[in-house]
Write a protein that binds this ligand. Sequence first.
Ligand SMILES: Nc1ncnc2c1ncn2[C@@H]1O[C@H](COP(=O)(O)OP(=O)(O)OP(=O)(O)O)[C@@H](O)[C@H]1O
Length: 366
Amino acid sequence: MGIEYRGVTKRYPGGITAVDELSLTVEDGTITVLVGPSGCGKTTSLRMINRMVEPTDGTILLDGKDIRDADPALLRRGIGYVIQHAGLFPHRTVLNNVATVPLLAGWDRGRARKRAAELLETVGLPAELAKRYPAQLSGGQQQRVGVARALAADSPVLLMDEPFSAVDPVVREGLQDELLRLQSQLGKTIVFVTHDIDEAIRLGDNVAVLRVGGKLAQYGTPSQLLRHPVDDFVASFVGKDRGYRGLSFLPGSAVPVAEVATVTLGSTPPAGRSRWLLAVNEAGEPRGWLPPDSTVGGPLAEPDLVAGGSLYQRGAPVRGALDAALSSPASLGVVVDEAGRAIGAVTARQVLDVIENHPEGVGSDG
Ligand SMILES: Nc1ncnc2c1ncn2[C@@H]1O[C@H](COP(=O)(O)OP(=O)(O)OP(=O)(O)O)[C@@H](O)[C@H]1O
């Protein structure tokens, strides 16, 4: 279910323009992230979708229909909503927090509780937590309950307002992974607000960068923002290390895998070698590098080898290929297949060529 902002403006009483002629399309089944500094109108933009805030001007279409024609209470009930600190009811158990939503939708108690239990499992919470109260959970667990409750609306649309901002970075990463995993199964249309550009880039299929005054600075895929920021504001916002960060989002399918000369442990390597040989075991897994012209007394064994660099699994994001090439004593990054067998090598130059020649727009979307 897609969402379209058409020239949407919100002016609050007192004259503040929180959102200024916002036009953008949130594609069906994708995560769109609204990101920007404090006060740039992210929350206002989000809340206009479920009519918690009414626009001053412009139109929002949900699945092609003007949301002004929908009953606000019904509209809100039908859209999942997650906020910072989860916004749980403190005096209801975890299970009842989640069950509230299907109950409101008219389900009977037994069915609502069963559904709530399923959803807690979906978001990775152990069943024994269901009877606790929110204050008896960690921050990360509370956020998961918040996500479960939002999913309980069983709506194709989820609005998430800084849902992971209150938890520490490690827990936050876990929650982000979990959201991506859920999304790969559920394919919801998610609008996600954050002030954290790394989170935006990690989660967003598309990212809208807003500036204070509620103006859209740029809307695009993470790789477009990283590689082609439209102005200094976006450039500084996405970060100075964007070139390197961008590597994480280029798909690895473009990395050429060249043949690499190998030698198997236990065999006798040829004398007078002029290049590095990749040593592999019987299974074909890389064990290290044999330097050119080194002396090997007898069958090749691990002590004859120089330790290898990091390995690059075929198809993984390009950043891993560059790491592998730069960390290899032979200046050749070892490429392995899904089973960990060496299938070839890549040089840093080849990786950089991939980055430089990559066509516009191919990245998280390609
Ligand atoms: N109810 C309101 N009445 C008046 N002004 C408001 C109201 N809500 C928000 N504003 C103002 O509108 C602007 C945008 O606020 P909004 O909360 O949408 O921004 P935000 O980007 O989500 O900020 P933050 O990251 O700090 O939450 C701010 O200047 C804010 O002070």
